[in-house]
Design a protein around this ligand. Structure first.
Ligand code: ZN
Length: 251
């Protein structure tokens, strides 16, 4: 099965459309989405409608999704993120709100596992260190594990003869990783596909990935989109100016 893997769309419709049309051209058969569908960007309702319509979609909720549906306290967020949560709450149809309310925190699929942050603290913890990866291994049933949340394309995997080491790989455009072997509790490996709508690795292009479960490969893809159009839409709203500026810097 060829999966299109994406995360952290954050209400950025221009970036989402570019990513989904790339997936279509590649012949993607199913979708894996790591959450944070809304927050920050100017088109939450349009993005949710687009994502809801995808066939064969596995999707979990992110911390921004939870804050928008009042299941997480936005006072934990920085001021720009918090402002976007309140702004987004007023702009969802009942159907879109119900869709967000229906999202699970964790998915154990027969070919992968999926959470927004980490398996032990699904919507909250950022998976950014080798030590954290090792601590989370026992919480996963099926590898590979896909996560979002950090907005950085990243891979952690156990290595060494007895799995005594952890490799941490920052993944660039076109970079592929071979997934060692399939099966229950085999070869712990985790991937973050980066962020569609607000990349934070200093590359402003939308980030997504292809996962081929048969060939056991994962590949990051970066795609140009019309950043200035999204910035213009943000400036037509009361969303903070910083949310427009940061898109151009990939931060
Ligand atoms: Zn996010």
């Amino acid at each position: 099965m060829l999966y299109g893997v994406f995360s952290d769309v954050h209400s950025n419709m221009e970036a989402l459309e570019i990513v989904l049309s790339f997936f279509q051209k590649q012949g993607v058969e199913a979708f894996i989405c790591g959450g944070d569908l809304v927050g920050y960007g100017p088109q939450p309702e349009q993005c949710l409608r687009k994502i809801r319509a995808l066939k064969n979609l596995s999707v979990v909720c992110g911390n921004h999704d939870l804050a928008v549906i009042e299941r997480m306290d936005p006072n934990w967020f920085n001021s720009c993120a918090r402002a976007a949560v309140f702004w987004t709450r007023e702009r969802l149809t009942p159907q879109s709100r119900r869709f967000l309310e229906s999202l699970p925190g964790k998915i154990e699929h027969k070919e992968f596992s999926l959470v927004h942050g980490t398996p032990r603290k699904p919507p909250e913890e950022y998976l950014l260190s080798a030590a954290q990866f090792r601590e989370n291994v026992s919480y996963v049933q099926t590898w590979p594990l896909f996560v979002g949340h950090s907005h950085i394309p990243l891979c952690f995997k156990l290595s060494g003869e007895k799995g005594e080491k952890v490799d941490m790989l920052f993944l660039e455009d076109g970079e592929g990783v071979k997934i060692p072997c399939a099966g229950f509790r085999a070869a712990p490996i985790d991937f973050n596909p980066g962020s569609v709508g607000q990349p934070r690795d200093h590359d402003p292009r939308a980030s997504c990935a292809l996962f081929d479960s048969k060939k056991r490969t994962f590949r990051i893809v970066r795609l140009d989109y019309d950043i200035s159009s999204v910035q213009a839409k943000i400036r037509e709203t009361e969303l903070p100016e910083y949310l427009a500026l940061r898109l151009a810097f990939g931060q």
